[in-house]
Design a binder for this molecule. Structure first.
Ligand SMILES: [Fe+2]
Ligand SMILES: [Fe+2]
Length: 180
């Protein structure tokens, strides 16, 4: 397992496992988050984001199965606890802090799926590139949602923010081979 293709596959499996567990944390965090907000429209919007994280998880589980790999149980358990804790904290953390935390985490998710797409390219799993980039795009949508929410708060524009991601169109325009 020393050629670039095998090494990329090994890294990709690890990343898919991490992302699979991360999506579980996100699902539980947003489950608590949507229940913590009062505005009905906002509740629906965050619930939709929660459900999209679950779709990501299903897609990742399928990929792992296709290469004969599986989620890592210890990681799954840990991230479930993280998600449930964040979800609980949303109920006592007010409105602004959960919006900030979600936006910051989502910006990292965009990059994670871009890296996964690049690894899929190198590993010869070309059929996964588009779905992985689609997940990066959905995470981009999540990031902008929470960014706008954060900025809509009277304090939002005075507080430090996480870096602005590149435009959404760049996710596909770059192409996985150019992501390195
Ligand atoms: Fe996700
Ligand atoms: Fe997300």
């Amino acid at each position: 397992m020393n050629n670039p293709r095998d090494l990329a596959l090994k890294r990709l499996i690890r990343l898919l496992q991490d992302a699979h567990a991360g999506e579980l944390a996100a699902f539980h965090a947003y489950d608590g988050h949507f229940k913590s907000v009062r505005d009905p429209k906002e509740r629906q919007e965050i619930k939709k984001i929660r459900d999209e994280e679950w779709e990501h998880r299903e897609c990742l589980a399928r990929f792992l199965g296709e290469i004969g790999a599986a989620p890592r149980p210890a990681r799954e358990f840990k991230m479930k606890c993280v998600g449930l804790t964040i979800g609980f904290l949303c109920r006592i953390g007010g409105w602004l802090i959960p919006m900030y935390g979600a936006g910051k985490l989502e910006s990292g998710n965009i990059v994670e799926y871009e890296i996964a797409a690049r690894l899929a390219f190198t590993a010869g799993r070309h059929e996964w590139i588009s779905p992985l980039l689609h997940m990066a795009e959905v995470e981009w949508d999540h990031e902008i949602y929470f960014r706008q929410k954060f900025l809509s708060h009277p304090l939002g524009r005075y507080l430090p923010m996480w870096p602005l991601p590149p435009p959404r169109t760049e996710i596909r325009a770059k192409g996985p081979q150019a992501l390195s």
